[in-house]
Design a protein around this ligand. Sequence first.
Ligand code: ATP
Ligand code: MG
Length: 257
Amino acid sequence: MIKFEDVGKKYPNGFEGLKHINLSIEQGEFVAIIGLSGAGKSTLIRTINRMHDVTSGTLNVDGVDVMSLSGKQLRKFRRNIGMIFQSFNLITRTTVIKNVLTAFVPDMPWFRSTFGIYTREEKMKALECLDKVGILDKAFVRADQLSGGQQQRVALARTLAQNPHIILADEPVAALDPVTAKQVMDDFKRINEDMKISVLINIHHVDLALKYATRVIGIREGEIVYDGPSSEVNGEILSLIYKGQVDSEGNVKEEAG
Ligand SMILES: Nc1ncnc2c1ncn2[C@@H]1O[C@H](COP(=O)(O)OP(=O)(O)OP(=O)(O)O)[C@@H](O)[C@H]1O
Ligand SMILES: [Mg+2]
């Protein structure tokens, strides 16, 4: 469970990125976080694995006060949380399988990581993770020869190899065409349902948020202005989240911007 209690995040320049956040997310939920650019979506998900420190209130993940962690404990904690970015962050000059295998590097003795020596179990696990996202046949292809959607799947497989309880995804489909975006969202959904991994996704596509997530969190200027079932999100709620600039379908209004 992820629990925010009156959490605030003040950046070093004094800007309040998050204000009075109260949230409980149960294991296995699929949550979409929506809001205008600059609303605080990235800030919110990045506090969960301590890429950002919260500056007030308490944040607990699986019963652990995240701000109490340091050194080895913090590194171990982060290993349980997968992170997916818009830009895939692959090593493009090397093969797909080698990219997935890098997930094991933090736990390897130095001589194995230096020489890139992986165990049979690690290789099998990497192949299994590629199979879970439907690109096992691409295992020995160079990452830069894949399409954007396929590259995002490699990133997802690499994250799965860590055995995460939680996957945080910061606009994972923003760089993809609508068809590929749906396919990648299908992967997230399948992983969420089959493996009971909690998924938190920042996303600008309201239609995808409503279609895939069971719960939607709407952020506006660092505050939660909606938290509820995706099925109950309506035009009024979207208008509140997006300051009146989108219609009930999530399309930007003609007169906006
Ligand atoms: N290091 C920083 N120092 C000061 N302010 C910051 C810093 N990082 C982010 N901010 C500010 O915090 C606010 C929230 O940023 P955040 O990146 O969380 O927004 P977002 O909702 O993810 O936006 P987008 O949809 O564009 O990704 C923004 O106003 C941003 O300018
Ligand atoms: Mg962001």
